[in-house]
Write a protein that binds this ligand. Structure first.
Ligand SMILES: Cc1cc2nc3c(=O)[nH]c(=O)nc-3n(C[C@H](O)[C@H](O)[C@H](O)COP(=O)(O)OP(=O)(O)OC[C@H]3O[C@@H](n4cnc5c(N)ncnc54)[C@H](O)[C@@H]3O)c2cc1C
Length: 389
């Protein structure tokens, strides 16, 4: 059994992990990034991000990992009579390539990036963390000062060492489809309504040339049945389309966990519930969480202090950037869950596209409430649900 030591170990090479390893290694800390899969980006994702994500990831756009450029979104009311156009630039990534590029950057800065390495056990020993894992049938042991759990919804680190009260994950199912006939391949399409997707939504994210990620996120209900019904009900877009891959994975939508830092240990990204709850978007938040956690891990190695109070700087910095947005979006999700499809039809009639997107993303909820005064009963419902908690 190989025994190895390092300053910082990152578990999971998703968006959070590749950033954490990059920042920790760049600070001079000896860093190992361990990923159980043999290649980057195996987890299913619709791959959509808003503008600004790449600059937060400190990387220039490249055709190597940008599949399609997006100029806005179209949100369909439950009855599909009203289409709300939302302006705003975004990208559909080729996420496996994106993660591959970011992992290479981490390795270029000194991180040891290891695919096909599964962590199976985590314990403590004399102020250090001991990780036991397996690669190609061989076991290995690592001794590290700081461990960053970027290991997603099922995080082993979270399960062993963190309470994760109120952690809620919903099911998301996605088809990778080809030969679709999409009206405008520069627009994301979002369909809401409890009949279509209970407490969730259906998305069509075009990747260009008739390819698209078509998926559903929902609470309860039969995801496959509802997605198949949606596809059958939209023959214009899908009558010639073929389903390539079908993949499912959970999305955490319960907001940030109460505690994501303890002595020697931090949780990032999905593992910590750092997702915008109403949209289920977690690439941006995870990239930023990983970046900040990697920086803080590096600082803690430099000062020789891996206590919770030193690592807590990560919580403070991340929450300054995203804490309020995640909280506001959670309130918006909780209130939208209580609206009937009839209410949602009215809301989409009353609000401007940008207001709806801002609410979903946890930005400026008061403005949306202000706009709803044109429909007083609904306004009272929204105001009550958004502004109390
Ligand atoms: C169907 C679907 C569609 C989505 N669409 C979007 C979207 O369009 N835009 C958006 O912003 N977000 C989207 N998301 C959410 C987004 O994918 C996640 O929020 C984001 O990937 C979280 O990043 P992460 O690094 O925290 O975790 P993950 O991406 O889950 O990465 C965790 C990594 O840890 C590895 N791992 C786990 N356990 C171990 C272990 N014991 N040992 C070693 N490695 C381990 C896993 O293999 C994985 O690679 C979607 C999610 C789903 C399920």
């Amino acid at each position: 059994m190989l025994l190895e030591s390092c300053d910082v170990t990152v578990i999971g090479a998703g968006p959070a992990g590749v950033m954490a390893a990059w920042k920790a290694a760049s600070s001079g800390a000896s860093t190992i990034l361990l990923e159980r899969e043999t290649d980057p980006g195996r987890k299913v994702c619709a791959e959509g991000v808003l503008g600004g994500v790449l600059s937060d990831a400190e990387i220039e756009p490249s055709s190597e990992f940008v599949a399609n450029k997006i100029s806005g979104a179209v949100l369909y009311a439950p009855n599909e009579k009203k289409r709300v156009n939302v302006a705003g630039e975004g990208l559909i990534l080729d996420k496996p390539s994106f993660l591959g590029v970011l992992a290479k950057r981490a390795s270029g800065c000194g991180a040891a990036v290891r695919y096909g390495n599964l962590i199976e056990e985590i314990g403590r020993d004399d102020g250090h963390v001991i990780l036991k894992g397996r690669k190609s049938g061989e076991t290995f042991t690592l001794r590290t000062k700081v461990v960053i759990g970027c290991d997603g919804v099922g995080s082993l680190l979270a399960r062993r060492f963190f309470a994760r009260n109120k952690y809620v994950a919903i099911t998301a199912l996605q088809y990778y489809m080809t030969d679709c006939t999409i009206e405008d391949e520069t627009k994301l399409e979002i369909y809401v309504g409890h009949e279509k997707a209970p407490s969730g939504y259906i998305w069509v994210f075009p990747k260009g040339d008739g390819d698209a990620n078509v998926g559903i996120g929902l609470k309860g209900g039969n995801a496959r049945q509802l997605l198949d019904r949606f596809i059958a009900q939209h023959p214009k877009a899908f009558s010639k389309a073929k389903i390539g891959k079908t993949l499912a994975a959970p999305v955490p939508v319960g907001g940030e966990v109460a505690e994501f830092v303890i002595d020697n240990m931090m949780l990032c990204g999905d593992a910590a519930g750092q997702v915008i709850p109403l949209t289920g978007a977690g690439i941006h938040t995870s990239l930023v969480a990983g970046k900040v956690a990697g920086e803080v891990a590096g600082e803690s190695v430099q000062v020789g202090d891996a206590s919770a109070s030193q690592l807590y700087r990560y919580v403070e910095r991340f929450d300054r950037l995203f804490g309020e947005r995640i909280e506001n979006s959670l309130k918006a999700l909780e209130s939208f869950e209580r609206f009937s499809d009839h209410d949602l039809n009215i809301i989409t009639e009353l609000l401007e596209g940008q207001d709806l997107m801002d609410m979903a993303n946890g930005l400026k909820p008061n403005r949306a409430v202000g706009l709803l005064v044109r429909h007083p009963i609904l306004a009272m419902k929204v105001a009550y649900q958004l502004l109390t908690s």
